[in-house]
Design a protein around this ligand. Sequence first.
Ligand code: SIN
Ligand code: CO
Length: 381
Amino acid sequence: MHVNQPLTLLGGISPAEFMTTYWQRKPLLVRQAIPEFQALLSRPELFDLAAQNEVESRLVMGTNGGQRDWHMQRGPFKRRAIPKLTERDWTLLVQGVDLHDDRMAALMQQFRFIPDARLDDVMISFATEGGGVGPHFDSYDVFLLQAHGQRRWRIGRQKDLSLVPDMPLKILANFTPEQDWVLNPGDMLYLPPRYAHEGIAQGECMTYSVGFRAPQTGDLARELLVRLSEGAEDTAGCDVYKDATQPAVAKPAEVPQGLAEFAKLALQKSLKDPKALQRALGEYLTEPKANVWFEIGETPNQLRSVYLDRRSKMMYDAHHIFLNGESWRAAGQDAALMRQLANQRCLSAEDLAKASDEAMGLLMEWCDDGWLHSGASIPVN
Ligand code: SIN
Ligand code: CO
């Protein structure tokens, strides 16, 4: 992607300008971000997804914009568990649609001027007249693309983010909207994290939320430390605390100073190797979500061109290639080729001609695992 090229998706500004002016800073409304846009999934297709066990879905019912009577149920939902279309004020939310549908995965490609490490998923919300999830804020950056029908968005910069107590959803107690728009199909609204907003369906409506996760210090530290300690166990099985000099104690409940020092050294040791930390980070960032699995692929006799499965997460750093929670050390021409695969998500026959036997073997293995497919890539609209 050319980051300095103006994009219709961003209302005629370039990704570079968007990132410096709006990203994490302020909202951007783009009329006709995708001109003549039509919903990629029909209503029955969405309801079918909501009926599946491995798809995360929720049903929200609430009074239009009010603070009373919010109800939330978690899926899967059989068709008869979904309210009638003639009933108003309900919303069906289906999460991670990009994992289940190639068209949605292709739509997400348009947002790859933002690092893949930040990309989370696409949620589809379907609502009848008056439906919505109430005034709230998210901890995510989100692009809200109107896919079908109309939704009225009201947004505000408010600092008071206190919530109505005892609700099944996060509902702002004192929502103070400052801007108000009705979005039509193809219109898109970008919101930075913690920006108050409420979207209310005007008639039957579908909205796509392209969401971007940001790691939180505590979660990230825990994930990395678990991975680093697993690596340390392999090599340093006999590093056991020794206290031959421990004197007899009159206060047995007191934690020995030596043990506190040992704990500090143990942590320092696991952080000592910067490559181990980078590896743990890449493996964590590319770990498939819990509800993702791959269908074992067919081993092709020969690879002409390849493309990554829509569920595959592939990234790299200066020393490693990461794919679906695993890592490989890579250097030279093979590393360049694998980085190209990670960035483009496909390789042509011409690209593959440069692969070493070892790289070719790895690509074949990934095809067996269903992480990679032989053939031309999925189309990007
Ligand atoms: C929705 O699409 O109904 C909710 C999306 C959001 O407010 O984040
Ligand atoms: Co929201």
